[in-house]
Design a protein around this ligand. Structure first.
Ligand SMILES: Cc1ncc(COP(=O)(O)O)c(C=O)c1O
Length: 384
């Protein structure tokens, strides 16, 4: 039985055509270290890296390629920003559906005197903008918001939050882990100070490459996070203050960037708008099929337009872990069960501690695959 892949919220599969070849090309043919040699191979890799920064700018409507910083993933990007910016006595606002990539570093920072306010989100995924605005204090330095929940797929009102942040002169960071590559993102419209992304989910690239795009003003307000060799100003022990070197120490993940570059070329050609409308159609179809089944409680918004590519189900009266495992082992359907690294979101949605079974589509999926999943769910429940 062929594998049917519905775990794109964890990591996308398949990757964009050409990604594997590009990674291999970097390993087999580049050799030279970027910014640290004059060979034509080193120069070529510098070109590919710069082009990747430019393509990310084009995708997210941002105009400063030097302010595109590469990290391992969105987790590292968020850690870097939070820990380089927030100090004891500062206050930060987040939603109640954030991933542990946000909540764990904040938990550490709370122990160091940073104050954290969590704005509740309803089961339908609504966040009250007036509650958020009312929670702003004199010492509020940052608002950090996920663009879409990785548990329910609910899309947050990130543009309205951006307006509130600007009005109060508070820095604003968006976690684009679940939306980058899945739907158009316009940094200018959101008016955020930084957008964090990960290469291996909707961007259809390899694992181990991610980053963030950051405004010049916000970049200046951050201290360095990891200091070391940059291949520039090598006669000095001082970390360069210019971008991107300020935040990019050590040899970068060149194969990862080559893979991401190929993925971005694919997304550009396919168009993120088309990818989004195909995924929206699939999610709507999936939701409509599920709605007919009364024993299933799917959580979050009921229409695909308020959702990303994620559908989470609580099989009431059943053990979600058993259902998930049966679907994987008997029907070869990749899905994910449990907390999805977001325990606070499950407390918000009333699915703690049982968690949910999550299906997350990509535009490579088909309605036939969804039909297969629905039939498999019915059979697993019958045999339970
Ligand atoms: C909303 C959200 N933020 C952050 C992350 C962390 O992503 P990564 O593991 O690529 O750093 C995820 C991953 O599932 C996520 O869904």
């Amino acid at each position: 039985m062929n594998r049917i892949y519905f775990d794109n919220g964890a990591t996308s599969f398949p990757k964009a055509p050409g990604v594997g070849e590009a990674v291999l090309d970097a390993i087999n043919n580049v050799g030279g270290s970027v910014n640290r040699g004059l060979s034509k191979e080193s120069m070529k890799s510098e070109y590919v890296i710069y082009e990747t920064r430019e393509m990310l700018c084009e995708l997210f409507n941002f105009s400063h390629p030097d302010n595109v910083i590469f990290t391992k993933n969105v987790t590292e990007s968020i850690n870097l920003i939070l820990k380089s910016f927030l100090k004891s006595g500062d206050h930060v606002i987040v939603s109640s559906i954030e991933h542990n990539a946000v909540m764990r570093p904040l938990h550490i920072l709370e122990g160091q005197g940073v104050e954290v306010t969590t704005i509740p989100v309803t089961v339908e995924g609504d966040l009250s903008l007036s509650t958020l605005e009312a929670s702003i204090r004199d010492n509020t330095k940052l608002i950090l918001m996920t663009h879409a929940s990785n548990v329910t797929g609910t899309v947050m009102p990130i543009e309205s939050i951006g307006q509130i942040a600007k009005k109060h002169d508070i820095r604003y960071v968006v976690d684009g882990a679940q939306t980058a590559g899945h739907r158009p993102i316009d940094m200018t419209k959101i008016d955020c100070d930084a957008l964090c992304f990960t290469g291996h989910k909707g961007l259809l690239g390899p694992q181990g490459i991610g980053g963030f795009l950051i405004t010049k003003e916000f970049a200046k307000a951050l201290s360095t996070y990891i200091e070391g060799g940059t291949g520039s100003k090598s006669d000095s022990v001082e970390q360069p203050s210019y971008m991107p070197d300020k935040f990019e120490s050590g040899t970068p993940n060149v194969p990862g960037i080559y893979g991401l570059n190929a993925a971005l070329h694919y997304i550009k050609k396919a168009s993120v708008e088309s990818i989004h409308s195909k995924e929206e159609e699939l999610v709507d179809y999936f939701l409509a099929e599920l709605k007919r089944k009364e024993i299933i409680k799917f959580i979050g918004a009921s229409h695909a337009e308020c959702r990303s590519n994620v559908i989470s189900i609580d099989f009431i009266g059943y053990d979600n872990a058993i259902i998930s495992s049966e679907l994987i082992h008997q029907y070869n359907i990749s899905n994910r069960c449990g907390m999805h690294c977001a325990p606070m979101a499950h407390k918000t949605f009333g699915t703690y501690p049982q968690g949910t079974v999550r299906f997350s589509v990509s535009h490579f999926n088909t309605k036939e695959e969804i039909n297969f999943v629905i039939t498999a769910i019915e059979k697993v429940l019958e045999a339970y």
